[in-house]
Design a protein around this ligand. Structure first.
Ligand SMILES: *[C@@H]1O[C@H](CO)[C@@H](O)[C@H](O)[C@H]1NC(C)=O
Length: 166
């Protein structure tokens, strides 16, 4: 009984981890930092960034960031943070956002069964009248979209944690 509850707990945890996705609203011309963190300290410093599961955005291979196979649309617009790799932080900065960037950016972590972390970008025209330094605005998370998918695992997690402790 205890064992099977634990198994279910694990399964739910893996499931919620494996499907982390959030929607972020960004403005044309701004930049965004697309988050990607491994669940544990990584031993393999490799992550693959893809757009809509196919276009190559950026590769981090054995601790080295590479734009060799990168699609031309991302040229000179990407930047990763090598000092962060060993902490499992493979986040990617994407600059000069354009309409064509609307869609999902996922990072795949081969060490963790290609666990993926996705961010869906909604690109909008900057509202007129708001004067901001270019490249300075971070994405605004759309709260409802973040919270709804989180509620289910939260409740499932709470119940299961309670079961597990019990
Ligand atoms: C990952 O690195 C980026 C860039 O330095 C930083 O903005 C972000 O806060 C880091 N994430 C964590 C969880 O440390």
């Amino acid at each position: 009984m205890f064992k099977s509850v634990l198994l279910v707990c694990n399964f739910i945890l893996v499931l919620t981890e494996a499907s982390v996705e959030e929607t972020v609203q960004v403005f044309i011309g701004d930049y965004v930092v697309l988050p990607c963190h491994s669940p544990r300290k990584p031993t393999l410093l490799t992550a693959h960034w893809r757009y809509e599961d196919s276009k190559n955005v950026y590769d981090i291979q054995d601790g080295v960031g590479s734009t060799k196979e990168q699609e031309p649309v991302y040229k000179s617009r990407t930047e990763s943070f090598p000092a962060e790799y060993s902490k499992g932080n493979f986040s990617l900065k994407l600059r000069k956002l354009q309409n064509i960037d609307a869609g999902s950016f996922c990072c795949f972590l081969p060490e963790f069964n290609s666990l993926q972390r996705c961010t869906v970008l909604q690109v909008k025209e900057k509202p007129r009248g708001i004067q901001e330094k270019p490249d300075s605005t971070r994405g605004i998370k759309s709260k409802a979209e973040r919270i709804v998918p989180l509620l289910i695992p939260f409740f499932a997690g709470t119940i299961l944690l309670w079961l597990c402790e019990w």
